[in-house]
Ligand binder design. Structure first.
Ligand code: HEC
Ligand code: HEC
Length: 384
């Protein structure tokens, strides 16, 4: 037995970049604040599997699909032999590991493409912006979540397989994916490192990362408040409908709340009750009132123009006609973690003062990426 190069450099680079992207993609699922990183890692994984498919045809011996083209039954039979401790050793991928590779490649494809559809529908961003409605993109979001969870399952199985195999054949499989070498019989197929191709891959990965973050991250939002709260995504979707009459009639006392935040029955009730509007008489004439209602109805929450309108509508019962956005169950749920001190701070004062925390409140988009809770001025401590 002699040490021989089995995994060429591009295969190893592919493997470990995929591992890091996978972990990173999971870590960035919690908040839209990290969406730019999450989306970049998704595109990167799609690029990586594109490369892997090419490399499966053009690459070196052990990287080629022909060297590990086993059916699912062979994979199961091999797994059984592993448990019976009669499994033969494979220098390249064993039949069970091969099955995991094919399933993972497929799952990444499904997760990546469904992710781009979700992004296009829900956030109005990315390559598929405007391709489908928010409601249609919800189906793809399901696919995205299911495929990501299945991936986690297959990865766990893969890790268990690596550990078991390493014990059964008394060799460190994880280390050989780092060094590339394994002990083989003399005369086993040889592999060329392919350093040039690996270097090209590295340049492409780093270059695309640089390009993505240069264009995707909006620093203007930070500059507006003189804060830096980490990466967030630019809004590049179609701007929501705007109306000068609405702005002038409804924007003098508070933010001219965008109609997508309440259903049309609420706008109808608000305008019908305009003479007793939260203690004020709006004194609108009939024509103005009708024009405002027309604008509100065509852009209301039931038209599902934004993620917020979809979720507000879904949180209401058909009979509910809230007169306040701040009384809709979705709004209440989204803001339940804000403390009384934060609501009462000088910068906020009222729940209805959306613009204090949402930099895009005026446009009506309410993206997480544009959300900030203003720092509460420290109350001076009583002297001791
Ligand atoms: C004369 C001042 C004034 C004008 C003009 C005005 N509002 Fe208001 N509006 C108020 C006050 C006061 C409140 C209560 C604010 C609070 O609770 O902090 C309010 C609250 C609201 C709320 C509820 C906000 C929440 O808590 O979710 C909506 C919706 C609303 N107004 C819509 C409109 C619309 C639509 C127009 C234009 C047709 C309009 N307002 C014009 C004074 C006004
Ligand atoms: C004190 C700050 C503050 C004020 C004022 C405020 N919000 Fe928010 N809002 C937040 C925070 C924080 C979140 C994010 C909660 C989370 O992490 O899920 C949020 C989330 C939201 C979301 C969900 C965004 C998404 O895509 O998940 C919507 C919609 C929203 N706010 C609308 C409003 C509207 C409309 C108003 C005014 C009537 C308002 N907010 C006033 C702090 C505020």
């Amino acid at each position: 037995m002699q040490p021989t190069l089995v995994w060429d450099l591009p295969t190893r680079l592919f493997h470990w970049t995929l591992v890091l992207s996978f972990v990173g993609a999971w870590l960035t699922t919690g908040s839209d604040r990290w969406l730019a990183v999450h989306v970049f890692l998704g595109y990167l994984m799609l690029g990586l599997i594109g490369f892997r498919v090419l490399w499966g045809v053009l690459g070196t011996h052990y990287a080629r699909f022909t060297s590990f083209w086993y059916g699912p039954l062979t994979a199961l039979a091999y797994m059984r032999r592993v448990f019976n401790r009669t499994a033969e050793r494979h220098v390249g991928h064993n039949p069970t590991g091969s099955l995991a590779i094919y399933i993972l490649l497929l799952l990444i494809l499904v997760a990546g493409v469904s992710g781009i559809f979700t992004l296009g529908g829900e956030e109005q961003q990315g390559a598929f912006t405007g391709v489908m409605s928010l409601l249609q993109s919800r189906t793809f979001k399901k696919f995205h979540e299911i495929s990501a969870n299945l991936m986690l399952l297959v990865v766990t199985g893969h890790l268990a397989g690596v550990i078991v195999e390493s014990f059964v054949h008394n060799e460190n499989l994880a280390r050989s994916m780092v060094t590339g070498t394994k002990l083989t019989e003399p005369g086993a197929p040889t592999v060329i490192p392919r350093r040039g191709i690996a270097a090209l891959m590295l340049v492409l990965i780093l270059g695309s990362g640089g390009w993505w973050f240069y264009y995707a991250i909006d620093t203007k939002l930070d500059q507006a408040r003189g804060e830096n709260e980490g990466p967030h995504v630019k809004f590049i979707g179609t701007p929501l409908a705007d109306n000068p009459q609405w702005r002038s009639e409804c924007g003098s006392c508070h933010l001219p709340y965008h109609p997508n935040l309440l259903p049309s029955r609420s706008w109808k009730a608000l305008l019908a009750g305009q003479a007793q509007h939260f203690g004020s008489d709006l004194a609108l004439d009939a024509a103005t009132s009708a024009a405002l209602l027309e604008y509100a109805k065509t852009n209301s929450a039931d038209k599902l123009v934004t993620e917020a309108s979809y979720k507000i509508t879904r949180s209401l019962k058909p009979a509910d006609t809230p007169l306040r956005i701040t009384e809709t169950p979705y709004w209440v749920k989204k803001h339940r973690n804000i403390t009384p001190a934060q609501w009462q701070s000088d910068a906020v004062k009222s729940k209805a003062n959306c613009a204090a925390c949402h930099l895009d409140a005026d446009e009506g988009t309410f993206l997480d990426a544009a959300m900030r809770i203003p720092a509460i001025a420290a109350t001076p401590k009583a002297s001791q």
